[in-house]
Write a new protein. Structure first.
Lengths: 333, 529, 212
């Protein structure tokens, strides 16, 4: 027991919060862990913002983006968080309904987003459309719609994510509902024989696809850019569907309880500025929300984009989201 | 029982600890209920369906794992070959390797694009099919994880059959079947209830594997529903209700397992005479071992190959990797020592009492922890820490150490429990008549006889703690990263190669721990004789 | 006649090998005594076939036993303890001494006879774990009877017994040895056991077996 007490003492020393720079105002930002990871956008954004703000940025990473919201809800007014970064439009409605978020006060008119941005509380910082990925080595002519995918032989397998635990999983439910309305459950029933498995997280589905267990997987139109830029591999592509695609737009919001309102809003402004946006594509593998012109890597600029963007309002998602998930689960049960 | 030494302190300590664990779990639930202010959304879960599916899956997993484990232990006990220790180490390491790693290892062997199907395609021109998904996939993965663990525990019992008994048996010329039923089975029987309970609970609560290989929502566990209730619906009351359902079912299993009173196994240092089974039995042993190697060792081997062929240099060049490795080592060591203390306290207490109900009571809390859904624990611990007034990020390492120790506790009990009971029962009279104090009983009787088991247990707990971080999902772990966490983060950011490299390193560390720790402690304990 | 001739064996790391030579006649008890650690157990293991010698011979009436595996050696073992399987009944323990193809009726008859010969009538159904020390050794002897092997190896068989039982079991061993013409080898460090039973005595000193 002496030894373990010692080990614990060492542990505390090792993991105690890093020494804080004295007196600088501190901005605490909750996010999901991939965002704050050393290869994610977190470190770059921290360095970039700290260079001008005269403050210290501290990332606190929960294991999922919805986890950050739940944590803030549990902490209530006592929360340390000034900002949450990494919610998306599918849960923005629910987040807004908690009444925890303040107005951002920014003018967001010249964004390069599909559609207008009118949200007064959440600031978008990156986006991509959900899409089914395929590998040109094994699939020469990808389907161009869900109906074509359904018509393929049954040994063409796809991996998707559970809408109850994964953001893209929920995104696919919204996508199919937005594209097909009342026929959504027929589409799901048609997809059923093609579904190899429904994983908890995006990473498992994607790895199954990469290791050749599945022919297609649900991911983003921007996913190919990782393989082009990091691996020099251009065989991974997103299949574009004629019925249109549903976008995921990641957002950030300032908490009302924060005592650093000004600083927090400055951070949001930095996040959508050209300097901040430039960090996003190579670290989060999503499109920036402002037009970076030449500064955007050609691997991104050349990615094919869907012609039609589908969408639901916050209210529609809040009112029917659960019902749609249940419909999907029942159809593929 | 008059033959048992009177050990009031041991029993009292064990009762206190068991109560403390039960209280901790109660506090977790209370903290969640206290935080749940809003009205419940109402559960949307078809509980009877989920319970039925999960029970079928977990029941099949348990039966298959025990059968496979017993067969492997039987074959390994008889066969001597170079690298046997390594194979034993590999078997043991399966259960503590993160489930995802094993699942991907399995797929690279058994999957559509795996070695077996590709070999078959090259040889015969067609693939053999894909057993790796659906119920068969879940069972395959679980049996690899849990069957190997069962084999490790059972092998330890077989290797501990007293040599006098083996000599008698060999000189009587027992047939292989008689040898199994007369010598092996009585030694194995004691491990079955504990193992069955553990394996059932693991399979019942298995989350990532079931979701990944299950094929769809038909093969799901209650844990998924609980996860959704907490994170998606934020229906905390519903989550507690679901968690209580899961705990109730699991407790019934644990009770049933405890009711099958374990047969005290004989205990003795084993210098096994070279007693080979004849003919058919030996051939069967070689076949079992061969299948075991293909089923268990190849997937792990593929993880190692995969990891060392991709991105290893890139990952070890990162300072973050070394920080994470250091954190993992510290967390693992601290948890292992804490687990040892907890398991000894409980097991010594259990061994010291002859009362059935008390023994069950002392065993339950250790298992109960395994029955509590990870997301509920995570939430509960988070709320508790806040209520105590600690900063979650500062408390995170301690919570991880405590949570991992509790998680490893049933495994530690399964390792240390049977030999301790056997000692209490076979040497009890002697100890009693000598009037040894509890401390001397431990130092001069139990510890020297337990050395190897202590090593195995420490290796188990150490590697378990390398592998699990689910409990601090909400804590905000920016500066506190361990290797498994780093691996999952890499996997979530397209960096499959980095993840593969970390997985290989984790697996390697696990194997080394399982090879080295039992030997080390056997030597230490030997010095104490 | 059981003859052990210049049998040598060394445990790993043992510099000077053990050296055993011994003669044992049918119908007689031959004793081997010596301080603990002198090599008694090693000799028994060599005779039983659990260890293989470096050199030397073990012959029974000129047949070499060294190449035979333990189960084929013409001998029975009676150890200090652990000779019985605790969870089986006395009868089942004894039945292990019968050839496998023995019919049930025949087995029952032979077991009853053997139990009677060792003085344990009516105990056949009792579980071994609940037998007394003396009863256990009687059951083990009954099993030896059914096996009908010409050599009986005894390893401190009386140590766990009280004085009175000890005398009775000793007498039983002597009677059975004479009646069945066994070559009985008794390993013991109890002078009175040796005194009471052995007609030929050996002592182990510094790893060498000498006529005592």
């Amino acid at each position: 027991m002496v030894k373990s007490a010692l080990a614990l003492a060492v542990l505390t020393g090792l993991f105690a919060s890093p020494a804080l720079a004295q007196d600088l105002p501190k901005l605490t930002i909750y996010t999901y862990d991939g965002f704050a990871a050393e290869w994610g956008p977190g470190p770059g954004l921290k360095a970039g913002f700290e260079a001008t703000c005269g403050c210290e940025v501290s990332w606190v990473a929960a294991d999922s983006s919805i986890g950050t919201l739940r944590r803030v809800q549990l902490e209530g007014d006592a929360t340390e968080a000034d900002i949450i970064v990494g919610l998306d439009t599918a849960i923005a409605g629910e987040a807004r309904a908690t009444g925890l978020f303040a107005d951002h006060g920014l003018t967001l008119t010249d964004l390069a987003l599909p559609g207008e941005w009118t949200d007064t509380q959440f600031v978008p910082f990156d986006y991509a459309h959900f899409a089914m990925m395929y590998d040109t080595d094994t699939m020469t002519t990808p389907p161009t719609s869900f109906e074509e995918l359904i018509a393929l032989p049954e040994d063409i397998k796809i991996t998707i994510q559970d809408p109850r635990s994964s953001t893209p999983g929920f995104g696919l439910v919204l996508w199919i509902k937005a594209a097909y309305g009342d026929r959504a459950k027929d589409i799901w029933a048609g997809l059923k024989p093609h579904i190899l498995t429904v994983t908890r997280d995006w990473s498992e589905s994607y790895d199954l696809f990469l290791s050749g267990e599945a022919d297609m997987t649900l991911s983003y139109t921007t996913s190919p850019s990782y393989h082009i830029i990091e691996d020099g591999d251009d065989t991974i592509k997103a299949a574009l569907f004629t019925e249109g695609h549903y976008p995921q737009i990641e957002v950030a919001g300032v908490l009302k309880s924060s005592d650093q309102q000004e600083l927090a809003k400055q951070f949001l402004a930095y996040l959508v500025s050209a300097d901040g946006q430039q960090i996003i594509p190579h670290t989060n593998w999503m499109f920036p929300v402002t037009d970076l012109g030449d500064k955007l890597d050609p691997a991104f600029a050349a990615l094919p984009q869907p012609e039609k963007t589908l969408g639901f309002s916050d209210d529609e998602i809040a009112a029917h989201g659960r019902e749609w998930i249940d419909e999907m689960l029942a159809a593929i049960q | 029982m008059l033959t048992l030494p009177n050990r009031r302190i041991r029993i009292a300590a064990a009762i206190t600890l068991a109560a403390a664990i039960a209280i901790l779990i109660a506090l977790v639930f209370w903290a969640i209920l206290a935080a749940a202010t809003e009205g419940s959304v109402g559960s949307r879960v078809d509980i009877p369906h989920l319970l039925r599916m999960t029970s079928i899956q977990a029941g099949l997993t348990t039966i298959l794992s025990l059968l496979v484990g017993a067969a492997l232990a039987w074959a390994m006990n008889r066969l001597r070959f170079p690298g046997r220790d390594l194979v034993v180490g590999l078997f043991a390491s399966a259960i503590v390797t993160p489930g995802m790693v094993v699942a991907f290892g399995l797929l690279s062997i058994w999957g559509r694009n795996g070695w077996i199907n590709r070999a078959s395609e090259a040889l015969f021109g067609f693939p053999l099919g894909n057993p790796a998904f659906g119920l068969s996939g879940i069972l395959l993965a679980h049996v690899v994880l849990d069957g190997a663990f069962a084999a490790r525990i059972m092998l330890a019992r077989l290797d501990a059959i007293p040599s006098a008994r083996l000599k008698t048996g060999q000189s009587l010329g027992l047939s292989p079947w008689q040898r199994f039923t007369l010598l092996d089975w009585p030694a194995l029987r004691g491990t079955v209830p504990g193992l069955a309970a553990i394996i059932f609970l693991l399979a019942f609560t298995s989350f990532p594997i079931v979701l990944m290989l299950g094929g769809g929502p038909a093969n799901q566990t209650l844990e998924v529903a609980i996860y959704a209730a907490v994170l998606q619906d934020f229906d905390l009351v519903g989550a507690v209700y679901l968690a209580a359902t899961q705990i109730t079912v699991c407790s019934l299993v644990i009770l049933a397992a405890s009711a099958l009173a374990p047969i005290p196994t004989s205990f003795g240092a084993s210098v096994a005479p070279r007693w080979r089974d004849a003919g058919l039995a030996r051939a069967l042993q070689i076949v079992v071992l061969g299948l075991g190697l293909i089923g268990f060792v190849l997937p792990l081997l593929s993880v190692l190959l995969d990891g060392f062929s991709s991105g290893m240099d890139r990952i070890i060049a990162r300072p973050e990797f070394w920080w994470a490795a250091a954190s993992s080592l510290l967390i693992g060591s601290a948890s292992a020592l804490l687990t040892l203390a907890l398991a000894l306290t409980l097991a010594l207490g259990r061994g010291a009492t002859g009362s059935g109900p008390l023994r069950t009571l002392l065993g339950m809390p250790a298992f109960a922890y395994l029955a509590v859904p990870a997301v509920v624990l995570s939430l509960g611990f988070f709320l508790l820490v806040r209520q105590v007034g600690l900063a979650p990020s500062a408390a995170a390492p301690f919570v991880v150490v405590i949570a991992n120790s509790l998680l490893a506790l049933p495994f530690a009990m399964a390792t240390l429990g049977p030999p301790l009971e056997a000692i209490a029962r076979t040497r009890g009279k002697l100890i009693r008549s000598l009037g040894l104090s509890g401390w001397r009983q431990f130092i001069s009787v139990e510890y020297p006889l337990l050395g190897r088991d202590v090593g195995v247990m420490l290796a188990l707990a150490f590697c378990f703690s390398l592998g699990d971080l689910g409990v601090i999902a909400l804590f905000g772990t920016q500066d506190f990263q361990t290797l498994p966490l780093m691996m999952f983060r890499a996997l979530g950011s397209y960096r499959g190669n980095d993840a593969a490299a970390i997985a290989a390193i984790l697996l390697l560390g696990t194997i080394v721990a399982f090879l080295a720790l039992p030997k080390l402690f056997e030597r230490l304990a030997h010095a104490a004789r | 006649m059981l003859r052990v001739e210049d049998l040598r064996f060394a445990h790993p790391g043992q510099a000077v090998p053990y050296q055993f030579s011994l003669l044992a006649h049918a119908g007689e008890v031959t004793s081997v005594s010596g301080a603990s650690g002198s090599g008694k157990s090693t000799l028994l293991d060599l005779l039983g076939g659990f260890l293989l010698p470096i050199s030397g011979e073990i012959t029974l009436d000129h047949e070499n036993l060294v190449p035979l595996p333990p189960e084929q050696r013409p001998l029975s073992l009676l150890l200090q303890s652990d000779s019985l399987f605790d969870h089986l009944s006395a009868a089942s323990n004894i039945a292990l001494g019968l050839p496998r193809q023995t019919s049930k009726a025949q087995a029952r008859e032979q077991i009853a006879a053997a139990l009677a010969e060792v003085g344990l009538d009516g105990l056949s159904g009792q579980q071994a774990a609940t037998l007394s020390g003396g009863q256990k050794q009687r059951v083990a002897l009954a099993r030896t009877l059914l096996r009908a092997r010409p050599i009986l190896l005894l390893d401190e068989p009386f140590s766990a017994l009280d004085d009175e039982t000890r005398g009775v079991i000793r007498d039983l061993v002597r009677t059975l040895t004479i009646r069945h013409r066994w070559h009985t080898v008794l390993v013991s460090h109890h002078a009175d056991d040796v005194e009471a039973l052995a007609s030929r005595r050996y002592v182990l000193r510094d790893g060498v077996l000498m006529a005592g």
